[in-house]
Design a protein around this ligand. Sequence first.
Ligand code: AMP
Length: 329
Amino acid sequence: MNTSSQPYMRTLAGMRPTNILHIGNYFGSLEGMLELQAMPNVDCYFMVADLHAITTPYNKGELEEYSRDMVALYIAAGLDPKKSTLFIQSHIPAHTELAFLLSSMVSIARLMHLPTYKEKIKQHPDANSLALLSYPALMAADIILYKTTHVPVGLDQEPHLEITRELIRKLDTELGVKLPEPVRFSTKSSYIPSLTLDGKMSKSVPNSYIAISDSFDQIHKKIRAVPTATESGGEMSPGVKLLFDLLSLVSTEEARRYKKDFEEGSLQYSQLKDALADSLYVFLEPIQKKYGALKQDPVYVSTIIDQGTQKASAEAETQLTLIKKAMGF
Ligand code: AMP
């Protein structure tokens, strides 16, 4: 309960369960979840977006395992089940039900113009499904069910948030249902480019990402492959900029030091790359260790999921009932 003078804040976010979570997901979203969790007066709901996972090709044999692993990874990264409600989206049927109801309030044309939809059908031309098209209605349902005010997601999700706000305005003007209009909660870096410099870092593009689970050697190999100009000095190339941006996320001090070398024309890119790879590994290693330990304790992870589901379910059902009633059911 909000007992101070600070405004009420409620947050919800989720990642799709794949066995790969990369540093783009971490710095674009998970870091925001951690920041929100650390603030007073923020009610935190963090889910594994397994329903969203089926909007592109997936492996049914891995879905459940990856969903549980994602909860373990959330905890390993610092989400605290005592402070945040952690759950798996599909365990709460209200998400699918409200998504269907909301899909009656948004046009197909509006959804077809969204950049992520266009990008996804380019990546998976044989999987242009209705579920993929209506992904934003599901995301709106997720947000609305918890009366969310702040959504810690990457920049790529902003157009989906706009759809959510449009739906919330319609719920108000057409049905008299009052909800807060959610805003994106930005992290320091809402957009991490691909290591190949072609678009964003993405789990569906091999060689574009550093996975949270990558070993010291893998990180070094991938960072070494980032294209940079051969000579030091002059204008900063996109590859060098990426190296600096990443370094400043994990070691501000080193980033400052190497930036000085760059400005003085004495920077060796191989040194910058080694420093970045080392720092990334130092940053990721504790998460990897904690994740490894949690994987050995599936009972604990299941208990957290059950408790989270119970709490989230009560909240979601109340909100769903209210909207259904307003819609005439
Ligand atoms: P996904 O499960 O891939 O849809 O992404 C989960 C979260 O990570 C979403 O909030 C995305 O906006 C965020 N995200 C994914 N890729 C990036 C990226 N390259 N840079 C910043 N945020 C990202």
